[in-house]
Design a protein around this ligand. Sequence first.
Ligand code: SF4
Length: 145
Amino acid sequence: MPTLTTSSRTSLSFHSADIARVPRSLHQQGACVGYPDLEVFFSDAPLDIATAKSICAQCPIAAACHSYAMANERYGIWGNTTAEEREAAAGMSILTPEERRESASIQSAILQGMKVADIAAKFCVCDRTVYRYKRKMREQGLLAA
Ligand code: SF4
């Protein structure tokens, strides 16, 4: 089964654009590739949602797409799930574009070696939040233990 590479996931977590760049494998292998009306993947109409999900149900990379979407996509149907279904499954809100930018900036500050207190002050977050980022980055191999 195709999977997304670690390098593509890592680059996505630092992507500064409003919307994360979709991995090339999804462009090339997804069952939705070439579908003439991709708007159905971003519609609230029940018929559109059903149509999009029926396409996902036949997709050879649905599992990889779902995994990508759980981490990156707040809008639209990906991997046979709506954004609301992904949020419910994650038990938390998926990052908004603004939150994604802040997250990338905090991670960059950590990688640049800024002190925890300075990062917390700069981004108006508590010290514990910065430590949470550091813990997560260590688990992802982005920061030395
Ligand atoms: S799972 Fe759905 S959204 Fe994802 S690539 Fe396949 S068809 Fe497209």
